[in-house]
Design a protein around this ligand. Sequence first.
Ligand SMILES: Cc1cc2nc3c(=O)[nH]c(=O)nc-3n(C[C@H](O)[C@H](O)[C@H](O)COP(=O)(O)O)c2cc1C
Length: 362
Amino acid sequence: MDALFEPIKINRMVLKNRFVRTATAERMSPPNGEFTREMVNLYTRLARGGVGLIITGHAYIHPLGKADRRMTGIHEDGLIPGLKKLVDAVHRFNTKIVMQINHCGGRRDKDVGEGTPIGPSTIEYKPLGIASRQMETREIEEVIDLFARSAGRVKNAGFDGVQIHSVHGYLINQFLSPITNKRKDSWGGSLDNRMRFLLEVYERVRETVGKDYPVLARIPAGDFVEGGLTVKEACEVAKKLSELGIDAIGLSGGLAGSRYRKGRKDLSWMRKEAYFRPYAEMVKKVTNVPVILVGGLRKPETMRKILEEGSADLIGLARPLIREPDFPNRIKRGDLRKAECVSCSNCSGDSGREPTKCRFKK
Ligand SMILES: Cc1cc2nc3c(=O)[nH]c(=O)nc-3n(C[C@H](O)[C@H](O)[C@H](O)COP(=O)(O)O)c2cc1C
């Protein structure tokens, strides 16, 4: 059987193939964070295109954790009925859907709303646009609770699972990174202390949704910034999560997303195909859970090799599915040409203001 189309189980969730649409911010919500018809259409197109699992764009767990103006919310029970419609639309195609939940901490657009951004420390890290005031211990506990309550809403809305966003310089990544976490208490300093926030979020989410509900995490393979979280430390984080019972690990990396490239040390490797593959292999060595590899995957034959050679268990695609939502079905039909996506990243548009869509011009 073609490795790309072999089913796989993540906790109780059975996926029909190995293609995962990794979290991609839709930037289609009105100010109250509601899901819109536009988003139902987007996800219907993706599900119809044959992907096995869709991970939604990051959704904010509290207004202070909202990264940009058009981000989707999961911070209120009132959002659940709208989300149910979305889940139903996707399920019609035997596709599973997981919601990614997030708090942006100090990586927040200026025009998002009221309140000073919070983070592990009072810090302004200009190269990556991260600025925050130090959270009190009480606030840390409150935010952990917000993650758990949002995960409960995700489950109530009928999603097949929840993913904890711990990458790209948002709040959990800020706790993990020695650049943004300067705390002297039990939430900062050693790696054990820096990863405590993520582990407590995971444990509280697990308590809320129960043992048999899929809980995934997206973690950094490293910060790739001088003085940041190292690859070795990132593997320790993956190992710990796996020991605690996480159901799948998705990888990414970089203290902030690609918008803040200038803050990163060396990005030439990011133009390569499957640029996180060596890191996925490292994570696979120290964990026993399915690993989702993403980043520059464009050729079906490379994707198949990645699975056959055991480098990862699932193939993540973000930009290729913006351009071609039916890429998985096209591969299934035997059309093995590489993805049309040229990785220009213009799909981001004017981040926070414009909906995500392919803007490539020949
Ligand atoms: C427009 C856009 C929005 C994104 N939004 C998110 C997000 O909400 N959460 C997340 O974890 N990653 C997000 N990503 C990162 C992607 O999931 C993915 O890691 C990255 O695009 C590399 O994979 P690709 O080469 O298949 O595009 C986003 C990427 C793009 C281009």
